[in-house]
Ligand binder design. Structure first.
Ligand SMILES: *[C@@H]1O[C@H](CO)[C@@H](O)[C@H](O)[C@H]1NC(C)=O
Ligand SMILES: *[C@@H]1O[C@H](CO)[C@@H](O)[C@H](O)[C@H]1NC(C)=O
Ligand SMILES: *[C@@H]1O[C@H](CO)[C@@H](O)[C@H](O)[C@H]1NC(C)=O
Ligand SMILES: *[C@@H]1O[C@H](CO)[C@@H](O)[C@H](O)[C@H]1NC(C)=O
Length: 303
């Protein structure tokens, strides 16, 4: 009896909130599943890409897709070459035979990008494929492949693992020195060898350069991205005032990279306390960093 009354009361208040005529009409239309409200590339409908890097992306409950759902444009997978297979995980104890680079990253990317490129009479003249972002189809997903096993041995397996993305025309590529952007930009980090990347022709696996030690080998067609360890090369913990030398380092690394046409990222930025993490993010954005390195993607996307 009482609960029935309560339910009536609740319904009445819900009704009050949604009493506006236009809100009712919107609810009606949404509930109708009308084809007028659907379109072929709606998989990432309304998601706005943001300059965030998903550190250790494979730790999340659903790798890659969680990041994409929050507009995160860059993800990182640690890969291990084991008996000819590329497995994804932070350390050997975390590996599983089904958690392959192909299953967690290559296949989902293929599927998502294919979905954004429907074959129809409307797309017959389109030459370059759309990327995953419905709101920004020329913004690529940056896939960092952190090679944990020997770089020279692992690189050819990474190149081979990308074949389906390559043959679909979905990989950003350098031919001679001409860069052609595409929906995915693959960048090797960790043990990825400079010489091995330089030798690739065409090149569709690039190198994460050393942000604090760039030289003339690190051109944007080899290293479109450079990264370094915030703790070692800047060192501010985000508490109190940032030191002059700390700020000078941060600024000069970012400016040096940009002068070379290379994007800049710092890792090992403080994660806690939250106020310190945010203070560092704010300094980095003001200084022109190209990616916020984040463990908490929701916090970064709401920053
Ligand atoms: C997206 O559109 C397709 C039809 O093209 C439809 O089947 C699907 O339900 C739509 N998804 C959403 C979230 O509207
Ligand atoms: C494709 O290009 C042809 C030739 O220019 C043109 O006649 C046709 O209308 C175009 N189709 C679309 C969907 O834009
Ligand atoms: C640039 O630095 C890399 C190490 O990151 C080194 O292997 C390479 O030889 C250097 N190249 C030049 C031209 O100094
Ligand atoms: C600034 O960077 C240099 C290397 O370029 C490094 O030796 C020095 O320790 C850094 N300073 C701070 C405060 O981290």
């Amino acid at each position: 009896m009482f609960s029935a009354q309560l339910a009536c009361l609740l319904l009445a208040s819900v009704h009050l909130v949604a009493a506006n005529g236009i809100d009712n009409r919107i609810t009606e239309l949404v509930n109708s599943y009308s084809p007028l409200l659907q379109y072929p590339t709606n998989f990432t409908q309304g998601i706005v890409p943001k300059a965030i890097h998903s550190h250790n992306d494979y730790w999340r409950q659903v790798p890659l897709l969680t990041a994409i759902s929050l507009g995160v444009v860059s993800v990182e997978a640690d890969v291990w070459l084991v008996d000819g297979e590329l497995l994804v995980g932070h350390e050997p104890a975390a590996l599983s035979p089904v958690r392959t680079f192909d299953a967690l990253y290559v296949q989902p990317l293929l599927e998502m990008i294919a979905g954004q490129n429907p074959k129809s009479p409307f797309t017959v003249n389109q030459t370059a494929p759309n990327g995953v972002w419905d709101t920004s189809s020329d913004t690529p997903v940056q896939l960092l492949v952190d090679m944990k096993t020997d770089g020279a041995e692992t690189l050819p397996f990474v190149v081979k693992a990308l074949e389906r993305l390559r043959s679909a025309g979905y990989l950003s590529t350098v031919h001679d020195t001409t860069f052609t952007p595409a929906p995915v930009l693959v960048i090797g980090t960790g043990n990825t060898p400079l010489a091995g990347v330089v030798a690739l022709e065409p090149r569709d696996v690039f190198l994460d350069g050393p942000l604090a030690a760039l030289n003339d080998s690190h051109t944007p067609t080899v290293s479109p991205l450079a990264s370094t360890d915030w703790e070692t090369f800047v060192g501010w913990d985000g508490i109190g005032e940032m030191g002059d030398e700390q700020r000078a380092n941060m600024t000069s690394f970012i400016n040096d990279a940009h002068a070379r046409g290379i994007k800049a990222r710092f890792y090992e930025t403080p994660g806690w306390p939250i106020s310190a993490r945010n203070a560092v993010w704010k300094e980095l954005l003001n200084a022109g960093t190209d990616f916020l390195n984040a463990d908490d993607l929701e916090a970064a996307s709401n920053f």
